[in-house]
Design a protein around this ligand. Structure first.
Ligand SMILES: [Fe+2]
Ligand SMILES: [Fe+2]
Length: 355
């Protein structure tokens, strides 16, 4: 049966609340992405000299010639050096990072599918958890800020706040890097990264936006008061902090850690929806429409038993993106470029997003 987006939204409005905020992703599977598909010797489409469909044109729009993922990798490399304790001594690097993030905002404003896909491909190395998690959270936050219509100044404040939201983790990297689930006492200890991050960013003064310390302090707060460190509720959490908090939990659920596999994005969204009272409805809707269920690079199974890669989102109907066929119904690799816009082919639909 097709995944029904209207039903998903109805569930957002009607599901009971009161669940814990900790991701339950250890039961999930890692979704294969474009890199994994290439590992299976599925060739990239050859576009030159090939008559392309409307869907293919959409693909070209989504992937302009410039290397957008280079910006992503540069931001991650800078973040790696910046996420530390002496931010006042790194003012020049912060300005450089800010300029990179502004470029990234421009790419994401025009779609930025390559950047979204890069966030799922381990492009900066899975071993570098804090840098990759911070940049990924930043990318998802930017997309939500753009959907909210933020102006340039607010976008910069949001992007930097997201990038530094977990800076307090630098005190707890020995715990973060343990290859096992933390015991309750360790979980309590690591929660202090919020207050530690607040202190670090306050010390940085005006080289970072004034919103950044509050995002570091409040990104684990939840709209229903179930978060930490203060159990603040919806009206007491500013929107930048709420955006960073939602981007953070989506990133955490949909990516692997040393002790567990990441959930497929579709399943991460389902987990988040099951705690719908913890998040602002408007932001949850944006997450689903602009990033969440089948982000670019996702491998999906169609109702005709073909396997395809998501190329371009459809925010009007997130269950019907543009896809590129990878395998036919007999499991044979499809070598010619074959693209399908599910928004205009209603007989074909996504059967599952975690194949
Ligand atoms: Fe955090
Ligand atoms: Fe985080």
């Amino acid at each position: 049966m097709a995944i029904n987006f209207s039903e998903t939204l109805r569930k957002i409005a009607n599901r009971p609340s009161g669940c814990e905020t900790t991701p339950k992703s250890e039961t999930g599977k890692t979704l294969p992405y474009r890199g994994a598909a290439q590992g299976n010797h599925v060739p990239e489409p050859v576009r030159d000299g090939v008559s392309v469909s409307d869907a293919a044109k959409k693909m070209e729009e989504a992937r302009p010639g410039e290397d957008n993922t280079g910006i992503y990798r540069q931001a991650a490399a800078l973040a790696r050096g910046l996420l530390g304790r002496d931010l006042r001594e790194k003012e020049n690097d912060i300005h450089e990072l800010s300029a990179l993030l502004n470029k990234m905002i421009g790419f994401l404003r025009r779609g930025g599918e390559d950047i979204i896909a890069a966030t799922f491909e381990g492009a900066v190395g899975n071993e570098d958890y804090l840098a990759s998690h911070s940049v990924n959270t930043c990318v998802y936050s930017i997309i939500m800020g753009l959907a909210r219509g933020y102006d340039d100044e607010s976008m910069e404040a949001l992007a930097l706040s997201a990038l530094f939201h977990d800076v307090g983790m630098v005190y707890y990297m020995d715990l973060v890097n343990k290859p096992r689930r933390l015991v309750p006492a360790e979980c309590e200890e690591i929660k202090q990264h919020t207050t530690k991050g607040f202190e670090l960013l306050r010390l940085a003064g005006d080289i970072l936006p004034k919103e950044a310390p509050y995002a570091a302090l409040g990104h684990h707060e939840r709209a229903d008061g179930t978060g930490y460190p203060n159990g603040a509720e919806s009206g007491a959490i500013d929107e930048i902090t709420s955006i960073v908090g939602l981007a953070d939990v989506y990133e955490a659920m949909s990516h692997s850690r040393g002790y567990r596999a990441g959930l497929a994005p579709y399943n991460a969204v389902k987990e988040i929806i099951s705690c719908k009272s913890s998040y602002e409805y408007a932001l949850l809707k944006i997450l689903i429409e602009r990033i969440g269920m089948f982000p670019p690079g996702s491998i999906v199974k169609l109702n005709n038993n073909r396997v395809a890669e998501v190329i371009k989102l459809n925010s009007q109907n997130p269950t019907r993106p543009v896809v590129r066929m990878l395998y036919d119904s007999d499991g044979r690799a499809i070598r010619r470029p074959e693209l399908l816009d599910l928004a205009s082919n209603f007989g074909t639909y996504i059967l599952s997003g975690d194949c």
